[in-house]
Design a binder for this molecule. Structure first.
Ligand code: MN
Length: 131
């Protein structure tokens, strides 16, 4: 079954772009505009992959990772930061709190979906006609 992906991102333009790119390739996308709503959506929907910004109002991405990993009710899924690391040490801090990896911002619309698919099992990747 095609993967269900949760996108947690406070910047509306970024959130819409990522959602558009993933939906255009057949993925089911849930989105949240801050960490608190993101954690709620992660627990409610049990997505196959979570893409999260780090700097967000209300609750940041680091806290999202901490809370989810501490919650026995969370259906474990890869947690990937989508971020422009601004400070030295940010990347290490993200890995420390439980992010598996990161994708750099600004995203490259031509490559983004394939970057994301690296974190999905082959059977949950969208089927596309070859280019
Ligand atoms: Mn942000």
């Amino acid at each position: 079954m095609t993967a269900r992906i949760l996108v947690i991102e406070d910047d509306e333009a970024s959130r819409m772009l990522v959602t558009y790119l993933l939906e255009a390739d057949g993925y089911q996308v849930y989105s949240a505009s801050n960490g608190r709503d993101g954690v709620r959506a992660a627990l409610e929907h049990g997505p196959d992959l979570i893409l999260s910004d780090l700097q967000m109002p209300v609750m940041d991405g680091y806290e999202v990772a901490r809370l989810l990993h501490a919650d026995p009710g969370w259906r474990r899924a890869p947690l990937v930061a989508v971020t422009a690391f601004s400070m030295p040490g940010d990347r290490e801090k993200a890995l420390e709190v439980g992010f598996q990896d990161h994708i750099s911002k600004p995203i490259d619309p031509e490559r983004f979906v394939r970057q994301v698919e690296a974190y999905l099992s082959p059977s949950s990747r969208a089927v596309r006609p070859p280019r």
